[in-house]
Design a protein around this ligand. Structure first.
Ligand code: ADP
Length: 481
């Protein structure tokens, strides 16, 4: 057994795409900004801390220089006072204060842990060697070091004050800000995400409605329409779609009517042929004269069928549009003269006079076969629908763009309510009369179609019982529609 699996394409909703795009656009840059903002805040506080510690260290160094403590190291009482001062200052500032001599030997320590030790601290070394303030932040130890030199009267560095302060509080502050930013971001992103989904829903809803209608139409329900409630692009799309659906439905209706008309038109002669032939076959000893009469009737029905089929074939060719167009420069005067010559016997039978009024010599780029049959239909109709003894007139005129061929008659005329319909396929004003005249109801429709193909037009003016006039406007130069 062979199993055929049909792979259906997977569709993803625009809503989710919009949400993803929104998240991507808003969060990727935000992550970079977060990092920059947090680093700037931390740097600002660390710099500020360094500045403050340096200024405190400066004050201490100044006090020491003023008191000349380093010159009187042996004065025990002075040291005790200084140690006490440094201790209370370090308690108040929340930092550690150390005093160094010029060989990095710790002479005082507010923590009292490192007195008597030699400590090689870069900031102290720098302050001693350059006789300038030195400070830096040690991220690993999470501390700020600020060293200020102590100078003698000759401005030589004889010692240094070092203040060491933890920056845990700054880190704590930055991490608090970071947590809050993340919290607010998650909250706002959630709210924005919901808003994006709602907005996209509002935007996409009309599209889903359009899609539903299109799907129904593709299943064959051509009467579906999109309800247009807004004034945006969707409304324009809906209106354009409805217009297209309207045309599609019309074409479908015309197609169905056409098929039913064709079947009807073909059925009538076929049924009468069937009745006539059965009469001949079933009735024994049918008089020869009647038999002949029946055969003649059959023959005229065959003629009728042939003319319907010929007209249908001609229409099919016209429906192929530009594909079948074979335009060349043709003299319309000659074309009309030939047609009139061909139809003259028909007019003579009814004692109808055909008058030709060629105002100008006109040559136009037309498809000779199609145009000849279009004009022929008009003159043929004029003869057909004009009572005996009437007249038909053909006028040829032109301006610099178009040729005008007008066929008028003194015939039956066409009632106003029928004038718009005579160009429809199979439309005949009087069906019974037309069966006598042998009309198929396709002639004017063929002429109309031919005019469309040539980018021309046909205009009818008529008054019942007075006559009709059909005017063709034919562009002198053919261009595709
Ligand atoms: P048909 O083959 O029946 O003549 P047409 O399409 O040529 O079909 O014409 C459609 C109908 O228009 C005709 O049945 C006829 O009733 C009417 N008609 C056409 N031409 C004329 C005319 N010159 N005078 C009056 N009626 C006309």
């Amino acid at each position: 057994m062979v199993t055929i699996s049909i792979k259906r394409p997977r569709y993803y909703s625009i809503r989710w795409k919009l949400l993803l795009v929104f998240l991507f656009i808003s969060y990727v840059p935000l992550m970079f900004h977060f990092n920059t903002i947090l680093t700037s805040i931390r740097d600002y506080f660390q710099d500020d801390r360094e500045r403050k510690l340096l200024s405190s260290a400066n004050i201490i160094a100044g006090t020491i220089m003023k008191g000349n403590h380093f010159m009187s190291l042996e004065d025990e009482s002075k040291w005790t006072i200084l140690d006490g001062e440094l201790f209370s200052k370090s308690q108040a500032g929340g930092y550690r204060i150390l005093l160094f001599d010029d060989r990095c030997y710790v002479v005082s320590d507010s923590n009292s842990t490192d007195v008597g030790k030699t400590m090689l601290i870069p900031e102290v070394i720098k302050a001693l060697s350059t006789n300038r303030n030195a400070s830096s932040t040690h991220l690993k130890q999470r501390a700020v070091y600020a060293a200020v030199p102590i100078a003698n009267v000759d401005s030589e560095a004889i010692g240094a004050v070092l203040i060491v302060n933890s920056i845990d509080d700054i880190h704590q502050l930055v991490s608090d800000i970071q947590q809050k930013l993340i919290l607010y971001t998650v909250l706002t992103s959630f709210i924005m995400g919901v808003l994006v989904l709602i907005v996209s829903q509002v935007l996409i809803d009309p599209l889903s409605n359009i899609l539903k209608v299109v799907q129904k139409m593709s299943e064959g329900h051509l009467n579906q329409r999109i309800s247009v409630n807004s004034r945006d692009e969707y409304a324009r799309l809906g209106a354009a779609f409805n217009e297209m659906a309207e045309k599609l439905e019309k074409v479908d209706k015309i197609r169905r009517e056409f098929v039913s008309n064709v079947s009807h038109e073909l059925k009538t002669p076929l049924s009468s042929m069937k009745v006539l032939s059965e009469s001949i076959l079933l009735q024994e000893q049918l008089p020869e004269e009647t038999c002949r009469e029946f055969l003649q009737d059959i023959n005229s029905e065959v003629d009728r069928l042939t003319s319907i089929v010929n007209d249908l074939l001609q229409m099919v060719k016209l429906d192929q549009q530009e594909l079948g167009m074979n335009a060349s420069l043709i003299s319309l005067n000659k074309m009309v003269s030939d047609i009139v010559k061909r139809l003259a016997p028909l007019a003579e039978q009814k004692s109808i006079e055909i008058l030709c009024d060629f105002v100008k010599d006109v040559a136009a780029e037309v498809d000779e076969v199609k145009m000849s049959s279009a004009i022929s239909n008009l003159i043929d109709n004029a003869i057909k629908y004009t009572p005996d003894g009437g007249s038909v007139k053909v006028v040829i005129d032109a301006d610099h763009q178009n040729a005008f061929v007008t066929v008028s008659d003194t015939g039956l005329g066409i009632a106003e309510e029928d004038q718009g319909k005579v160009f429809d396929r199979f439309y005949r004003v009087d069906k019974t009369r037309d069966r006598e005249t042998g009309g198929t109801g396709l002639g004017l429709s063929i002429t109309y179609q031919t005019m469309l193909l040539h980018n021309g037009a046909i205009k009818l003016t008529s008054k019942e019982n007075e006559g009709s006039s059909f005017m063709l406007r034919i562009p002198l130069h053919y261009s595709k529609a």
